[in-house]
Design a protein around this ligand. Sequence first.
Ligand code: HEM
Length: 475
Amino acid sequence: MPAPRADLHDVQALVRSGFGSLGAARYLLLRIGDAAAAKAWLARQVPTPAGAVGGGGTTLDRVLQIAFTPAGLIAAGFEAAELETLAPEFLDGMAGSERRSHRLGDVGENAPDRWHWGVGANEPHMLLVLIARRDAFGGWASAIEQDALASGFTRVAALDSCPGDEDGRPSREPFGFADGLSQPDLDWEARLALTGAVNRDYRPGIALGEVLLGHTNEYGAVAGDPGGPLVQRNGSYLVYRQLEQDVAGFWRWTAEAAGPGQARWLAERLVGRGIDGDALPGLAGEGAGANDFLFKDDPHGLACPLGAHVRRANPRVGDDPLGRRGFVRDLIATLGFAGPAQEDAVASARFHRLLRRGRPYGTLLSPEAALGLDGPAPEAGLHFLCLNANLARQFEFVQGAWLASPTFAGLCQESDPLLGNRLPFPDARRTDLFRYHDAEGLPRIARALPRFVTVRGGAYFFLPGLAGLASIAAR
Ligand code: HEM
């Protein structure tokens, strides 16, 4: 097997694995109070490197990862001008401007001024991700936290995931669906030839530079800007959003909208996958977690609604929206004389992939238990984390143009069925519809979807390589 092109001992392990077989995780959000003490502490830390991740999973039982916000880098001693080679979206911050909040859907109940953490006095400087086997977690995680709090840091929040299975089964998000199934396949060995017609088709593999700075991306360019005293190579941008889920509301609404016995059927259309992770019937792909399906044979959304969550989040389209059909017909399509507009409207997926690393939190209920609740449901949600090398083109594009936008793939007046904030757009267009085809293939429009997900906090972090971390500790 060819050797990976990146130095795996310089890359933090989260880039290589989500550690699904380790069942406990804590996200520790800290601020730097005493910079000298904090940097002395940082200089003693060795985040788990990707090189420690064994093949086919991991033999590790504890993983420590470290990431910084721009405020954290400044608190560590960088001048703002020294950080200018980092991504402008990172420097602005997830809640950095009203326009950004609007694009990301962070308005109304999702607005940053309502967040539990992420802005003002609750803006973190640093994120420690602590993941371990359940029986190895408690004492270890507390010791790290105590040590950090005694070494110049103060705590903004310590957020735990709920205990996960350690038997290799996919985790479930709080609505009850198998999660973490479809991921881009990072091209560690640089096997992808980035030119040539075949690479214009949809493929699960993506260039390493789509996630890791300092490596070649899908445009054939090197990701990031190597200038400045902060070593960017082998670093990545980490997006963290705490997304609270109204599990009872989700199941009550689907049960009412779908009719007796049909709640699960409709919920699976909102998500775009079976509850146990199967591809929806009518798409190729077999078995739980199947990923070998495309949507191009389902152009009208009969099998999977056009606006289903997974179809918005990754429309699985290649560079040629109508497929490769030869020079003359491609030219006709390029000139806009062929095909309905919606086939043209979705951008090529390979430039917009995200490496998801999130975990659920709170109390997980089965759909039946959620439907049977009398009072309010216990709190639950997703610590949504993802890695990418270009925040604007990857996370912000997926969130803004594909999930939150009321116009996607020829649809209008609807946004992502799981994540939409349902607020009318500024021009008063509603965003709370959901179009699908019922089991008989008849088109239906569900109306007045409630908001099922509320943003409770968020920030952009830089996850440095190990040399990058040393350049921060040495500042
Ligand atoms: C509470 C919020 C969310 C829930 C409950 C949720 C749930 C799910 C589920 C059940 C799947 C299918 C299983 C899988 O392929 O892993 C999925 C896939 C996916 N989700 Fe989400 N998700 C949430 C938020 C987000 C956000 C904020 C983003 C991006 C900004 C996102 C992006 C994706 C992507 C890229 C996929 C894979 C699509 C594919 O390649 O087929 N999700 N999500």
